[in-house]
Design a protein around this ligand. Sequence first.
Ligand code: MV4
Length: 669
Amino acid sequence: MVSLARRFDKLLIANRGEIACRIIRTAKRMALRTVAVYSDPDRDAMHVALADEAMLIGPAPAKDSYLHIGAIIEAAQATGAAAIHPGYGFLSENADFAQACADAGLIFVGPSAATIRLMGSKSAAKALMESSGVPVVPGYHGQDQGLATLHAAAERVGYPVLIKASAGGGGRGMRLVGKTDELAEAVAGAKREAAASFANEDILIEKYIAKPRHIEMQVFGDGEGNVVSLFERECTLQRRHQKVVEEALSIALTAERRTAMAAAARSAAQAAGYVGAGTVEFITDATGFYFIEMNTRLQVEHPVTEMITGLDLVEWQLRVAMGEKLPLQQDDIAANGHAIEARIYAEDPDKGFLPASGTIRALREPSGDGIRVDTGFRAGDAITPYYDPLLAKLIASGADRPQALSRLVDALDSFEIAGVTTNLAFLKRLLRHPQVVSGEIDTGFIEREISALTRSAPSLAPLDVAAACVAVLLREQREPAGSDSPWDCTDGWTLTGRRSRRLSFRQGAERYDAVLWYARDGLRLEFGGRTERLQFVPRQGAVFDMCLGDAPERVSVAWSGRELDLSTPRGPRKLHWVDPFLADVSEAATGGRIVAPMPGTVTRILAEPGVGLQRGAPLIVLEAMKMEHTLRAPADGRVKALKCAVGDFVQEGTELADFEAGAAEAETL
Ligand code: MV4
């Protein structure tokens, strides 16, 4: 029975980017009127242009706009929208928001606040699954959090064990414990982190599953007792819990396991009285499959399910929200062919996947058989640092996996995005990797293969390092500048009285250490296990001739601070001269200032000003794009002054602390 009372004809989309556009598309097809909401910088965004109406809900920071419950409810009331689709991220799994919608007489497109709250608690969800016969990772998720109980549980489960935050998710605060005497410290750390991140210090203990795959089941419920599964998605290709490539179906499931997992997922949804679209996540290995969490939202990767089933999951969500029964029963749902999705992010894989911003100068999207592009941006749009850097999703389907994969790779080759750095080249390398082609992957695959998947600069030859050393010596001869530091002395005098000096350079992640020896008959360079005579003669301007061993060459030099640009017969070389007092643990360290390496929110400050720290000690935790980045002491020393506070949203390059190196060890040999 269709309950007419719940029909609505106007839908507010509480999101932005590709998912807002995707939802608007289906809503329009269903003849619904659409209302977009937007923050200040999104005034001209694509989702705003696509919707029938749009309302400004606040300034750029998400907490003041897309996460502002009051502003969004007000926008719905002001525009007469009767229902709100939250998309994914933002408020999509916020029980308070679902409740606020209900309280305001609005339809939240998703399950009830109670279901969202239940699934938000990993231990409650796990307990529910266990009691409904869904396999869970062997472990302990009880109330008693005393160390003796936890010790006994870990012993029973068997090491190695994984500690997780009960209230957590997404891998935040997980700790791997190899043996019993490491448990107490790991528990204490996990509790601290859980308390700080989730305001709840409860933890659970699980058997550690090494090298798992991540396979999730799409489910749907209608609140009339019907629950169906729409097959699985393989989401194993992730990096730091950020999915990169997803596909349906998984090639890692036998028909029996697929049936068992689908049945488990349906039981899970039944047990939760589930209404709407949900995803039951499992990790799998050769021994079995285990429930890890249930997501109560539409997922980013839902298009691969749509491609193989021919269904529109947003339409299903909206129909269920209107009080309709599910359009199909389990037996009417079939999977055809194969689909793979690649996520195109504004980020720089060659710089540690730093989120990128800028203006899209040109955009050419691929098209063709089996190709779908879900995007939220057009040429001319600005990509701001405030939100998730997902630019677009490219989905390819085919009769089988090889066809879908080859279509995806071809489409990536013809995808052009100019003006903003993207992960397109990374995706192409990833999808051509033999192990991705063969499907022999686990959740650690990308991390292990990272150097093959990112372009690292050509490594430096001894001649390059020699040229860099000469450049330093010439710089110091030109700018003695009254310095009396022993480090600025080029005549071979050293603190330890030995006639040598170390010079270090960095190129990307690689560090190059060379030693100059001052012998009676001239200079020697020790590098890469060899020691050779080094001679040099300055020429006009920034040019010098040098000879390492019996290899002569002419080099020109340009300094910019500590950055060195060499022009050599072998091509240009860019490197950084490492200051021995500021041993570079962190890229963020420049000249005693600790700066934010990317835009983000300061979530923790771990260093007290004035307290002596060892090089590498954690100072500040920055959260950007759902990931944590720990900024560390660049040297032994102390924080002189903090320039930020917990909760601050900071731009790339913002000074976060003033760091004073001290008690640094003399770096002579
Ligand atoms: C695990 C695990 C191994 N053993 N649990 C990571 C995020 C959270 N949803 C669960 N996660 C894991 N739980 C046990 N007992 C390995 C992971 C894991 C992971 C899981 C799914 C997808 C990617 C992952 C990457 C690293 C670790």
